[in-house]
Design a protein around this ligand. Sequence first.
Ligand code: IPD
Ligand code: CA
Ligand code: CA
Length: 280
Amino acid sequence: MSDQIIGGKSFTAVAINCAAKAGEWIKTKLGNHTSLSLKYSAQDLVTEVDKGAEMMIRNLVQTHFPDHSFLGEEGVEPGPEASTRALQSVRDAEYLWVVDPLDGTTNFVHSFPFFSVSIALAHRGEVIVGVVYDPIRDELFVAEKGKGAYVRGRRMGVSSEQNLRESLIATGFPADPNYALPLNMKGLQALVPQVRNIRSGGSAALHMAYVAAGRLSGFWELGLNAWDLAAGSLLVTESGGRLTDIKGNPYDLGVRHVVASNAHIHDEFLHALQQAESGN
Ligand code: IPD
Ligand code: CA
Ligand code: CA
């Protein structure tokens, strides 16, 4: 399916081209954004660069695949209810591009060099191509359904830690201060003494890519959206990792509370979060 070529361009080639172009442009804007506004909460930021990058990606995708559907963060009203509604309206589309044009806006605004462009293509709700691009390190993470996942042209594989005690785990602090953040804090409190250490880099898509690359043993976060996770989901599974919601149900585009791991630690990870009542 992901081999399919329409008008001379494969899906994966277009995804890579979009991510590279948007990422390079975002990098030129580092330290130069001119407008900063708040969305859903005081922690939920957007700049003209987020919007410009999404427009660039949308235009490129539409040029190649005018019949495909498109779900991008900046085309959706802020807040969890609006995201759920927006996904519902397109999730059964034959081909759906799911795009976070700049994952890690807070980092971008502070010139903290850890952010990414995240682009996925789903076929009838199943992710078949996932690309995450880190323009600072010039690292492109690419996965195709059934064909593995690659970074810098090399096949990725998850890490080998067998238990939480030896694990380096990442999380994020959700922008929803009322529901997702307090629950994530419960999980954090419980996990810190059980793991080797915790990181919070500030880009969910890159955290997922790092699980795929074996740089992190696992990642969890509550209250994420389809565009944060879709591309990373395929990176993780095509690298031999496991991906569920916080209750252990398999990943789909509607999952907001995610647990990703190298598979070996997954059950222990889920159990620790459930003991902490971090997903209720
Ligand atoms: C955010 C990042 C961050 C995560 C937040 C997300 P954005 O996305 O992925 O790491 O903790 O929950 O909202 O707003 O920078 O695209
Ligand atoms: Ca995001
Ligand atoms: Ca974003």
